[in-house]
Write a protein that binds this ligand. Structure first.
Ligand code: PGA
Length: 251
């Protein structure tokens, strides 16, 4: 069964006390959600411990925004998958376009990270998506195909049960410009077809594919109504509990 998910990527926002308050508000409002919708929040590393306490016993799962490509040792500033597991993270986001763009995250590095995350029992939200130049040149299908193939094709059909894909067109992230539901559905359907080619129809049918990029309460309903859009990865609108829950109520 395909899972419907709304995940909040807080990026580098909120202090720890602010984050704890935001998490409490999300938990409180999550009572309004139908049982078939899963909520995830991904605060900064510094917040994971106190936020995990807030989420205990709630239906909101905890995610990191990244993890190291090594298990432990002399890697200053990095955070390993076992550390994330030890503070009750269930998921980690990987390959966000901001990581790819500003921190040189390559598909090869992502393969290592996905490997470590899955081996540690973390679920992965793998982000893919084209930038504006690539879209303008009509290369978006090829770019997304390569991102999916370069990383996920190194794994097995069984592994896919612990992977969520987030399609995030870079030109829509934080810009206020959202992909139209037709543009988003077209790529989501394409991604599902790539998964089907490699792993078969059952895996493809069960794969949760999220849309990200200026998703907000005003456009979530139209996006989530598309057959291949199974929820959202939300940035800016996840910093307001009301908006985040409104988005989650849009299925
Ligand atoms: P946005 O960010 O909702 O602020 O556009 C989405 C994301 O980067 O995950």
């Amino acid at each position: 069964m395909r899972k419907l998910i709304v995940a909040g990527n807080w990026k580098m926002n909120t202090t720890v006390p602010e984050g704890v308050e935001l998490a409490k508000a999300v938990v409180e409002k999550s009572a309004e959600l139908p049982a078939n919708v899963s909520l995830i929040i991904a605060p900064p590393f510094t917040h994971l411990c106190p936020v995990a306490e807030v989420l205990k016993g709630s239906k909101v799962a905890l995610s990191a925004q990244n993890c190291a490509d090594q298990t432990k040792g002399a890697y200053t500033g990095e955070v390993a998958v076992d550390m994330l597991k030890s503070v009750c993270c269930e998921y980690t986001i990987l390959g966000h376009s901001e990581r790819r763009q500003y921190y040189g995250e390559t598909d090869a590095k992502l393969v290592e990270k996905v490997k470590l995350a899955l081996a540690a029992g973390l679920k992965v939200i793998l982000c893919v998506g084209e930038n504006i130049d690539q879209r303008n040149k009509g290369e978006h299908f090829q770019v997304v195909r390569e991102q999916v193939e370069n990383v996920l094709f190194k794994f097995t059909a069984e592994d896919m049960a612990n992977v969520v894909i987030a399609y995030e067109p870079v030109w829509a992230i934080g810009t206020g410009v959202t992909a139209t539901s037709e543009q988003a559905e077209e790529i989501h359907c394409f991604i599902r077809s790539i998964i089907k080619e490699k792993f078969g129809s059952q895996v493809a049918d069960d794969m949760t594919i999220l849309y990200g990029g200026s998703c907000k309460p005003s456009n979530a309903k139209e996006l989530f109504a598309c057959p291949d859009i199974d929820g959202g990865l939300i940035g800016g609108a996840a910093l307001k509990a009301d908006d985040f829950i409104k988005i989650a109520l849009s299925f």
